[in-house]
Design a protein around this ligand. Sequence first.
Ligand SMILES: Nc1ncnc2c1ncn2[C@@H]1O[C@H](COP(=O)(O)OP(=O)(O)OP(=O)(O)O)[C@@H](O)[C@H]1O
Ligand code: SF4
Ligand SMILES: [Mg+2]
Length: 368
Amino acid sequence: MDKDTIIEVKDLRVNIAMPEGTLTAVRGVNFEIGKGETLGLVGESGCGKSLTSKAILGINDRKCTSLGEIIFDDIDLGRVNLLELNPRGKEIRNIRGKQISMIFQEPMVAFSPMYTIGNQINEATMLHITKDKKKSKEISLAMMKKVGIANAEKRYNQYPHEFSGGMLQRALIAMALVCNPRLLIADEPTTALDVTIQAQILELMRDLQKDMGMSILFITHDLGTVAKMCDRVAVMYLGKIVESAPVREIYKRPMHPYTQGLMGSVHKIGSVKEERLFSIEGTVPLALNLPPGCGFYERCTKRIEGVCNYYNPELVDVGEDHKIACFAACEKCLENAKLAKEEELKKQAEEERLAAENPKRKKTGGKR
Ligand SMILES: Nc1ncnc2c1ncn2[C@@H]1O[C@H](COP(=O)(O)OP(=O)(O)OP(=O)(O)O)[C@@H](O)[C@H]1O
Ligand code: SF4
Ligand SMILES: [Mg+2]
């Protein structure tokens, strides 16, 4: 990870303990975000976007286990693997809300109905900025004004149910930004809003980013929003990144059949027309007992029989900071997959040979 990178996610897997077995909903995700950069994370419902973002903050529920590495450039500790920190320890509490904060998908869920909006924004300010109540209230009010909440003094004492959807979203942004985070995770921040409010909120986020110089992980279904908000984009399918590139590059040259499907009717960056474009046949399968091969195989119009249902493509750099995991789009993917498969078969054969030579060893291995 170089000095301009704020976070690097390496081979992240999220396992969920289910009655039917372990569901690996995030299956080896890799990406990094530069300082001041906005990375868009795009993909259909259920592909693992929220699990990935919550793994960064260590806030997935108890039946989820995160594996791999999430290296964050902490202001005090330097490079630190967030997955190795005690989830209730001082270090992670010094990161959550202060250095990394999140705008959640559901504003109504993010706020408690029992406390006033001001009270809830102020909680973060008091925890991370100042214990002085008067100063803390001033900072919280200033942020409410900054995100465009009119009559902020009056609004400060109101409860979430007294706010409209757009106002509540602004309050959520105020709560996420009040401590001046270095990385903001925005999970579908405008999905619940009508188009006019959406545009206002996005503009507001862009302005605040310019002011504060923060990095953003921007999660969305909407490729029109990606074009407006992001520097780079990572396309996710069935718990894996299948393509990533700078925004202009991916609009000019989408290579993965899934990305091409998503791009279907987006004609150019900045197009006024914004549509949801998921017109790909079929749905994302559940990541439980998946067959070998590419996860997109069943839905792919370019699939190669005997290859795509046998090997698993991994991301390969094809130049211009463009990475792709697809056999039809990249020969190198196939070479790499063949090598990985050969290695796997060799390892398996070696284990079988050792087990045949020494049956006791096999028994011990089996117990593990
Ligand atoms: N706590 C959980 N228990 C069981 N399954 C879960 C849990 N959380 C997520 N999943 C499953 O993991 C997969 C990925 O979920 P995730 O919420 O990350 O999707 P997403 O990409 O954010 O979708 P959306 O766009 O609808 O928000 C889905 O199949 C979902 O049903
Ligand atoms: S690897 Fe094969 S199945 Fe997967 S997206 Fe590429 S062509 Fe389609
Ligand atoms: Mg989600």
